[in-house]
Design a protein around this ligand. Sequence first.
Ligand SMILES: C[S@@+](CC[C@H](N)C(=O)[O-])C[C@H]1O[C@@H](n2cnc3c(N)ncnc32)[C@H](O)[C@@H]1O
Length: 291
Amino acid sequence: MSNDSLPSPDASPDTSSISFTALYTGHVWAANGLSAPAFRTRMGSFYYHALAPFEYIGGKIAGGNIRTFLLQRHYLIDHLVTRAIEEEGVTQVLEIACGLSPRGCRFTAKYPQLKYIEADLPEMADRKQKLLAQADALSPLHQAVALNALATEGPESVESVIRESFDADKPLLVITEGLVNYFDLESINHFWVRLRATLAANGGGMYLTDNYPLLHDHPFYRTMKVLRGMLGTVSRSRVSFHFGSDAEAQAHFEAQGFAPVTVHNPKDYYDLLPMPRSRGNPFVRVIEGRV
Ligand SMILES: C[S@@+](CC[C@H](N)C(=O)[O-])C[C@H]1O[C@@H](n2cnc3c(N)ncnc32)[C@H](O)[C@@H]1O
């Protein structure tokens, strides 16, 4: 594993200091035509414009910027979810750490029979539930509920949300986007192990997450380390890049019992999806782990 993770946890289950980052990503989706007007926030717009000069410089110097990898991961996850629904008949989705992601609205509009539960820390889940109501997107099949990925018991645990919200006989597709790198590997691995066990005890399924391998030969290596420090400070969390290569990430998920595991690189989808391109090897991957 990468030795570049920050020191290990006494993982506090209160990680709400991370939640403001959802306003920024929410604005990225809105500014790029992926979202509904209801999901725009004043603070999101403020962060978006405040970062614009760095984005410009990042694009010029490093051949990619934050928006590039956010859009790459978002389009790629959308594509894998579409494929699971259309080609494998998946009918239920749990999007953890949903923030202001518009994915639930887009997918339930396109697939009205789909059960799509969005989940986040209580305050953000509450906010999302209200926004879904405003966007006229609430239904028994589409709700936002409270879930804390670090809770090992009680109604906010992933085990409880899956038990209460989904049909145990059917496969479940679980997404985390923009969550796992706010935790060191040990903390987030507890969540992965519990998630896999819960899916295995039910109808199986698939897990999709974004990941950022800290590739030592990547031109972005130093930038990534700086970004990690800045993001860790402002979100008061243990921002970590968990793996030093795609092979390491794949081996880790396989060792936790996911099989098969595929690491998707956005550059393999440039011709298929309308995502922005990085100048070199992209910064982000999407991991698909089957149960
Ligand atoms: C960077 S935002 C990503 C939001 C959304 N997935 C997106 O891509 O726009 C991180 C999200 O993680 C949520 N979060 C933080 N700690 C969490 C935890 N322990 N369990 C579940 N969600 C958490 C935050 O509230 C926030 O909505």
